[in-house]
Design a protein around this ligand. Structure first.
Ligand code: AGP
Length: 609
């Protein structure tokens, strides 16, 4: 989604901002722009639609004047189409602004601004921000006072970078409900919506709190809280050395990240298992009577797998909800309940808002995240890192693997504490988890089957994914992966639900991907569902393990296209079955020539609701 990067103090300011924007490209965007403050104390702006390369070309043709202060933005359109006019920075008179988030009361503000004789040029909500600041400046306030007067008028979520010609040696930043950090360099001070944008420049960061205003000059950073008091916030050292991500010889980040999955599982086991003892931060599992798991998208599907773990291994009833539904339903919550927020980025606006709701209602908050410095991690009582490393491809793969592996360990820990698992079973589960990296590597090497099966989707407009038990969430995830990167409409369903509606879609053009494991006692049922598809001439695809494959009757074995995975026990089946689903989506997407790593319309981190 939108990204911000800015700095003061380097003669190379514009280039540093441009490179920072490139680092944020993976988050998804449709236009970009840069503002710089020239030595003449005048702001200049360049903006372009499309990839950063378009902005770079524009700057090569029409460079910005030399400047030691600049700020840039990648825009993911919300209010107003993806045009150069609507791209950020937005400027009214002496004030330029870059903005992540949504100003919800922008209509009302537009009327007020129009009444004050300022003409807004764009369709965006953002343009109201520099206008409000300019109006405050017109009342002879200082730059800081103008910000302190204007910002409380904004409703919604925002992170802002602000430059003012009235105060040409200062870069301002603020945030509410959207992340923004200040980076501390050597004589250079930075702002960024994601520390990754500054990975080459600093490892020292201050994360702004709600309504903080940061005032950056070349030699000083001053912070004010929402009440106007000068405050200090902790400086955090973040090791970004491993994060300067490259494709490492793979054609796409997504492919590379799928191949990193065995390592992700190994990282998790190294972090949370010592001499066969689980070392996850201990929760009060013995007293927990229910759990709410909240997340969005792929992380939500990981939550559905987690529900199975906690229910089956520890006997705890679990509710799993999509964050955007949960937050507005005002659900009653049992006092002292456990609330688990899952988020790769740790910045998903709906998940964060659901977490805040749970906090207000006395819940104990556990964050399962890939970003321990994120807003969601900082708001949680306990954080479980999934150790997946930076995920660049918009389609989440290794983070999903990390999430479901952590939930398997969490289920085991809870089961052990609640005395629901005897030591023999515990040891068997641990053994399966220890063998998982090798099983994943074996599954990843099965590329011939994945590419061959992908060909069945060449002319498909639609596809169905069916699974039961722990494989049901995987059917949902498989469908999501396919639609995200190949743009083929796909639906995931519980196999048993097929007769209740989706079967009407089945004809000779429809690929139906069935997931069946010999480890869950549901194989026969799934085979029956497959036969129903076959009887209606659907293109039957079966992802199953080697043992189950051998028991297939001759008809199915002849007509179905098979992808086989290694046989594993139920606890690790979701991880192993995940791989062919990801690979299938990947190969269909490359066959159709889509932008695999940055699919259209999508953002890596959804920081607006
Ligand atoms: C998955 O491939 C997605 N692009 C998306 O559904 C993602 O999982 C969702 O937006 C949640 O993101 P988070 O894990 O960063 O909160």
């Amino acid at each position: 989604m939108c990204g911000i990067v800015g700095l003061i103090g380097s003669p190379n300011a514009t280039n540093i901002v441009l490179n920072g924007l490139k680092r944020l490209e993976y988050r998804g965007y449709d236009s970009s722009g840069i503002a710089s403050m020239g030595a003449d104390s005048l702001i200049s702006i360049q903006k372009a639609v499309g990839k950063i390369a378009a902005l770079e070309e524009l700057l090569a043709r029409t460079p910005l004047p030399p400047a030691i202060m600049a700020m840039g933005h990648t825009r993911w359109a919300t209010h107003g189409k993806a045009t150069a006019l609507n791209a950020h920075p937005h400027r009214i008179d002496n004030v330029a602004v870059v903005h992540n988030g949504i100003i919800e009361n922008f209509q009302e503000l537009r009327e007020e601004i129009a009444a004050a004789d300022i003409t807004l040029q764009t369709e965006t909500d953002t343009e109201t921000v520099p206008a409000l600041i300019q109006l405050a400046l017109n009342q002879s306030k200082s730059a800081l006072q103008a910000l302190q007067a204007a910002l409380p008028r904004l409703e919604g979520a925002f992170a802002l970078g602000i430059m003012l010609e009235d105060d040409p040696k200062t870069l301002y930043a603020t945030r509410r409900g959207a992340p923004l950090c200040v980076g501390i360099g050597d004589g250079v001070h930075y702002i960024a919506s994601d520390p990754l944008a500054l990975a080459e420049h600093t490892n020292k960061f201050i994360f702004l709190e709600e309504d903080d205003i940061a005032v950056l000059t070349t030699d000083k950073i001053t912070l004010y809280n929402g009440n106007g008091q000068e405050v200090t916030r902790p400086t955090q050292l973040i090791d970004l050395s491993g994060i300067l991500a490259t494709k490492g010889g793979y054609k796409h980040f997504m492919l590379k990240e799928m191949h990193e999955q065995p390592a992700v599982v190994s990282n998790i086991l190294a972090a949370y298992l010592e001499d066969d003892v689980l070392t996850l931060p201990a929760l009060n599992w013995a007293d927990i009577t229910s759990v709410n798991i909240i997340a969005c998208g792929t992380a939500y599907y990981a939550g559905l797998v987690g529900k199975n773990n906690l229910e089956q291994l520890a006997g705890i009833p679990v509710n799993v909800d999509v964050a955007s539904e949960f937050r507005y339903r005002n659900p009653p919550l049992q006092k002292d309940g456990l609330f688990i927020a899952i988020s790769q980025s740790g910045e998903t606006a709906d998940t964060l808002a659901a977490l805040e709701y749970a906090k207000r209602h006395g819940q104990h908050i556990l964050a399962v995240t890939n970003t321990p410095t994120s807003s969601i991690a900082r708001a949680a009582d306990v954080v479980l890192n999934i150790y997946a490393g930076q995920e660049i491809a918009v389609a989440s793969t290794k983070a999903f693997m990390g999430m479901i592996t952590v939930f398997a360990l969490m289920g085991l820990q809870a089961g052990q504490i609640r005395k629901k698992i005897d030591s023999q079973t515990f040891t068997a589960h641990l053994q399966a988890l220890k063998e998982l990296p090798a099983k994943l590597t074996q599954t990843l090497s099965n590329d011939a089957q994945h590419t061959k099966t992908a060909d069945l989707f060449r002319d498909a407009n639609s596809a169905l994914f069916l699974g039961r038990g722990t494989l049901h969430p995987l059917a949902l995830e498989g469908a999501l992966k396919l639609k995200e990167i190949s743009y083929i409409h796909a639906e995931g369903y519980a196999s048993g639900e097929m007769k209740h509606g989706p079967i009407a879609l089945v004809d000779e053009h429809l690929p139906v991907v069935n997931l069946a494991s010999s480890s869950d006692g549901l194989l026969e049922k799934t085979i029956s569902n497959m036969k129903e598809v076959e009887a209606r001439h659907g293109k039957v695809i079966l992802i199953t393990d080697q043992t189950a494959a051998q028991t297939l009757d001759a008809d199915i074995a002849k007509t179905a296209t098979l992808i086989t995975v290694p046989e594993v026990p139920a606890i690790t089946a979701p991880m192993v079955f995940t791989v062919p689903l990801q690979m299938l989506a990947y190969h269909v997407a490359t066959m159709r020539g889509t932008d695999v790593d940055q699919p259209r319309n999508l953002a890596k981190s959804v920081t607006v609701e």
